[in-house]
Design a protein around this ligand. Structure first.
Ligand SMILES: [Zn+2]
Length: 204
C-alpha cells in the first residue's frame, strides 16, 4: 500500500495557506529527496514520501496529502498539525490542504521525545530491502497510518533512546522508511547514512 488514503479520525479546518517561514527549510530538504526519487510518484500516479518539522511541543508542520508528484511545494501544499493524540487516534490540522496520511505516525515519533524536531518518511524499494535484510529496527507487518503502526513505533523504541537510533523500516508498508532527528538536517543525514551504507555494500 502506498499513501493514498487518510485513515485516522481527523479534524481538518481549511484555512489560509501557511506562512513561508513555517516550511521553507522543509522545502530545501524535500528538493534533495525528490531529486533522489525518495519522494515522488509511482507509475500509477500515487504520491509518496512526506516530511515534517516540529513547531512547538504539540504541533508540527507537514507536507500535504498527495503532493509527492510535485518537484516544489508552496504554502498551499503544507499543513499545520495543531493537536494530535495517538492514543485516541486523533489529529487536528489547519492549512490549505489536508496533511499527509502518515501524519499520525509522525506525531507518534514526536511523542517519543521532546527533543525530536523533524521526521522524514521516504519510499525506496532498494533501501527498504537493504534495511529489512540488515540489522535495522523494523515495525512488524502492519499497515501504514493504522493504530497498529502507532503501537509498533512505541514498541520498537520502548527500551531505546530514540535519538540514538533514529531510523526504522516498515515491514508491512512496502518501500517505507522513517528517519528523524533533533533537526531536519539531522534527520536527513540519518537517511543519507543508510543510503551510504547501502551504496558501500552495492559497490563492494
Ligand atoms: Zn509511505
Amino acid at each position: 500500500m502506498i499513501d493514498g488514503i487518510i485513515k485516522y479520525s481527523f479534524d481538518f479546518k481549511l484555512s489560509k495557506p501557511l506562512d513561508e517561514i513555517d516550511f521553507f527549510d522543509i522545502e530545501f530538504t524535500r528538493e534533495r529527496l525528490f531529486a533522489l526519487g525518495l519522494i515522488g510518484v509511482t507509475k500509477n500516479g500515487v504520491g509518496y514520501g512526506n516530511i515534517s518539522r516540529r513547531v512547538n511541543r504539540d504541533s508540527f508542520v507537514i507536507t500535504g496529502t498527495q503532493t509527492g508528484h510535485l518537484k516544489n511545494l508552496n504554502a498551499t501544499h503544507y499543513s499545520l498539525v495543531e493537536e494530535y493524540n495517538d492514543k485516541d487516534f486523533y489529529l487536528k490540522s489547519i492549512g490549505a490542504i489536508e496533511p499527509s496520511s502518515e501524519a499520525l505516525t509522525h506525531g507518534t515519533i514526536y511523542n517519543l521525545s521532546e527533543d525530536i524536531g523533524a521526521v522524514i518518511h521516504i519510499h525506496s524499494k532498494a533501501l527498504w530491502r537493504f534495511m529489512l535484510s540488515n540489522n535495522y529496527l523494523k515495525t512488524n507487518r502492519v499497515e501504514y497510518g493504522s493504530i497498529e503502526m502507532i503501537d509498533e513505533v512505541n514498541r520498537i523504541f520502548k527500551n531505546i533512546e530514540p535519538l540514538s537510533n533514529s531510523k526504522f523500516v516498515m515491514a508491512g508498508h512496502e518501500e517505507g522508511i522513517m528517519t528523524f532527528g533533533k533537526t531536519l538536517g539531522q534527520a536527513e543525514l540519518v537517511l543519507f547514512n543508510i543510503l551510504g551504507s547501502f551504496l558501500k555494500k552495492l559497490n563492494s
